[in-house]
Write a protein that binds this ligand. Structure first.
Ligand code: PGA
Length: 250
């Protein structure tokens, strides 16, 4: 079902104390009936604390920034999807461009991680997006189409309701340079059409989030676009006031 969603990707930021404080501040400032589904994805060490604080309240869902594609085993340092499910994680961010760039994750691996998370009943925020050179060369649609084709070839559409897509042009992440609402809308419409034609008519109802330097000052204009259902927020999710203002931008 198509929903408005704002998800905070904390990346490798906060510690035990500042992370817990951020969650408490978010819960204190959030309206009783938020205008959208709100998700926070803290780093793994905060999972237990975040799960306790959030489950007591119920207005904010818990996300993570990755999971391993195997359910258990000898994979030193990794975190498996069933572990996350046992902490009531609802959304796993996968395919983020930083994972692709710094950890060599390719579309095939991301696909396996997506299946692992969905098998455990969790939803996936699957990220895609082009580099600046691709956009400058006019190839941005081709790049995203290629990412979609690998991720969703033979995708089992019974899991469609567990899918959220995030379009994050790499040149807009953490750079302060946001895609214009028109650039974002164009790509979102393209992704929605691709999902409709290649997965199932019902896939047109997938929530598609924009990510890349979203702030309180530009969220409203982006979220007003017909195919933008919310945002995946990095830097601005680390400040409670800013994140809450983004959540009210519908
Ligand atoms: P940013 O990051 O909001 O700091 O640009 C977005 C993201 O990487 O998800």
């Amino acid at each position: 079902m198509r929903k408005n969603i704002v998800a905070g990707n904390w990346k490798m930021n906060t510690d035990r104390h500042s992370g817990a404080t951020l969650i408490v501040n978010l819960l204190n400032g959030l309206p009783q009936e938020p205008k959208c589904t709100v998700i926070v994805a803290p780093p793994f060490p905060l999972l237990g604390t975040a799960a306790d604080l959030l489950s007591r309240d119920g207005r904010v869902l818990l996300g993570t920034q990755d999971c391993h594609h195997e359910a258990s085993g000898a994979f030193t340092g990794e975190v498996a999807a069933p572990m996350l499910a046992s902490y009531s994680v609802s959304h796993v961010i996968l395919g983020h461009s930083e994972r692709r760039q710094f950890f060599n994750e390719d579309d095939g691996l991301i696909r396996r991680k997506m299946e692992a998370a969905m098998r455990c009943g969790m939803s996936v925020i699957w990220c895609c997006g082009e580099q600046l050179a691709d956009r400058d060369a006019g190839h941005h649609m081709d790049v995203v189409e290629r990412q979609l084709s690998v991720a969703f070839a033979g995708f089992n559409t019974v899991h469609l309701d567990r899918l959220t897509v995030a379009y994050e042009p790499v040149w807009a992440i953490g750079t302060g340079r946001t895609a214009t609402p028109e650039q974002a809308q164009e790509m979102h419409a393209f992704i929605r059409q691709w999902l409709r034609s290649n997965l199932a008519p019902a896939a047109a109802d997938t929530s598609i989030l924009y990510g890349g330097s979203v702030k309180a000052s530009n969220a409203r204009e982006l979220f007003a676009q017909p195919d933008i259902d919310g945002g995946l927020i990095g830097g601005a999710s680390l400040k409670a006031d800013e994140f809450l203002a983004i959540c009210s931008g519908f």
